[in-house]
Design a protein around this ligand. Structure first.
Ligand SMILES: C[S@@+](CC[C@H](N)C(=O)[O-])C[C@H]1O[C@@H](n2cnc3c(N)ncnc32)[C@H](O)[C@@H]1O
Length: 243
């Protein structure tokens, strides 16, 4: 059995065990949180502003940094993540910062634990590429269900341009037979072409699709991704913009 196999669920993506280890290890690492917030969250805020402080869901919220940044700006926020370690961290950070937010431990490949039309916007930074194309499409269908008409779905996913950087960053690399790659100790990932992104939101109104790079402090490229914002159509043309 390859070293990573126990980390991957029968459906072909890294499971809770992998992600709990990942978040335990990340605790000790020095992360440039401000740069991350800037690249992955702040660029999405102009779209969130259109929904007038509506309820926002963060899918794959990790330690809750994006969700809590939004809570700090007056948004009502929920977050979910497969890792109990990450969710406990997010709840502790919310308590420490005296911010209100709801964090739930949940595998987003399963139906989302929220009623229809609860959210005005859903964000997901660097999480949807952890799944096969079929599962990612199912997650997006659930996002659609949980959004109000006119609501926004804003996310970042790995682009095909990221693969060479990722190969260097997280060896060894195994190409799986489901279109995915497995890195290091068992992190499954997919790399999106522009067409893959368009396909993911094919029933939505596409508002933004652009390539983005995250740079290291020395200016070298660290990560290449797609930034995508799509809107669930409003019920009728007479409805105001946003949810
Ligand atoms: C690369 S991290 C990004 C975390 C956060 N969104 C950010 O930008 O800092 C990917 C996150 O997705 C979560 N994740 C991976 N697979 C998941 C799944 N099946 N269901 C829910 N969360 C998942 C991981 O635990 C991790 O927190």
């Amino acid at each position: 059995m390859a070293e990573h196999e126990g980390a991957i669920t029968p459906a072909g993506y890294s499971g809770a065990e992998y992600w709990n280890d990942y978040h335990q290890l990340a605790r000790g690492r020095r992360l440039n949180r401000m740069a991350k917030l800037q690249v992955w969250l702040h660029s999405l805020v102009p779209f969130l502003e259109k929904v007038e402080k509506a309820h926002v869901l963060d899918l794959g919220c990790g330690g809750g940094h994006d969700a809590l940044e939004l809570a700090r700006h007056g948004y009502s926020v929920s977050g979910c993540d497969i890792s109990g370690v990450a969710i406990r961290e997010a709840r502790a950070l919310a308590a420490e910062r005296r911010l209100l937010a709801s964090f739930v431990e949940h595998d987003i490949a399963e139906p989302l634990p929220y009623p229809d039309g609860l959210f005005g916007a859903v964000i997901s930074n660097l999480t949807l590429h952890m799944f096969t194309a079929d599962i990612a499409q199912r997650v997006v269908a659930e996002v659609w269900r949980c959004l109000l008409p006119g609501g926004f779905f804003a996310f970042h996913v790995n682009s095909t341009a990221d693969l060479p950087y990722r190969r260097k960053l997280q060896p060894p690399v195994t190409q799986l037979d489901n279109g995915m790659y497995c890195f290091g100790r068992g992190q499954t990932m997919r790399f999106f072409s522009e067409q893959d992104c368009r396909q993911l939101v094919v029933d939505w109104k596409l508002l933004l699709l652009e390539p983005v790079q995250m740079l290291r402090e020395d200016g070298a490229v660290q990560k290449c991704a797609w930034r995508c914002v799509a809107q669930k159509p409003k019920l009728s043309a007479s409805e105001p913009d946003g949810a």
